[in-house]
Design a protein. Structure first.
Length: 192
């Protein structure tokens, strides 16, 4: 249940802003016609940085355990999502999103490593099936939750997309706290 909670909160945080990112970018860019290109750049560069850090942090996780990597990476996500709520320029957004990508590269792979290490052989299919369902449920709920946040925090004539970033920061902070508090110590992980 703990691994599923961590997976759910991480995926929820990661995917909440996806449907609203192009709309937010359109509000901070001078050239609205380039909003699509800026959105592609922001998402593509973040995915690239996440891929690179996933490899590096995955190898580091093999040495130090998944818990410290997960806790530090989730906390870094929380820290990096806060300035996203205050960016005033597309280049600022892209730069912060790349930093978020670097941090995300340690969150999701660490949860997968945790599942791999803690799952008995005979039930691996069931565990990974439930994990996939949990991830899909969080990705399904994310746009609904984000839409509710935008609706509840906006005033007529002024749509507020910025609160989504702050809520996402709280989700990743919660993920980091729960992981730090409830996961086994790295010394027990390396022996598993």
């Amino acid at each position: 249940p703990l691994a599923y909670f961590l997976r759910f909160s991480a995926w929820l945080g990661r995917t909440m802003l996806v449907p609203f990112l192009p709309l937010f970018i359109a509000t901070i860019t001078v050239d609205k016609e380039l909003a699509g290109m800026y959105t592609g750049l922001a998402i593509g560069l973040a995915a690239f940085s996440s891929t690179l850090s996933g490899v590096v942090l995955g190898r580091l996780s093999d040495r130090v355990g998944y818990k410290p990597i997960l806790v530090v990476s989730a906390f870094a996500c929380a820290v990096f999502y806060v300035p996203m709520a205050y960016v005033t320029d597309v280049l600022q957004l892209i730069a912060v999103n790349v930093l978020i990508g670097l941090a995300i590269g340690g969150v999701l792979p660490s949860i997968s490593a945790m599942l791999a290490r803690l799952t008995p052989r005979g039930v691996a299919g069931s565990v990974y099936g439930i994990d996939t369902s949990v991830a899909a449920a969080s990705r399904a709920l994310a746009p609904i939750a984000a839409g509710a946040i935008v609706t509840l925090t906006s005033v007529p004539g002024d749509t507020n997309y910025r609160t989504i970033f702050l809520v996402t920061a709280v989700l990743f902070l919660l993920t980091a706290i729960v992981a730090a508090w409830r996961l086994p110590k790295p010394t027990t992980e390396s022996g598993a």
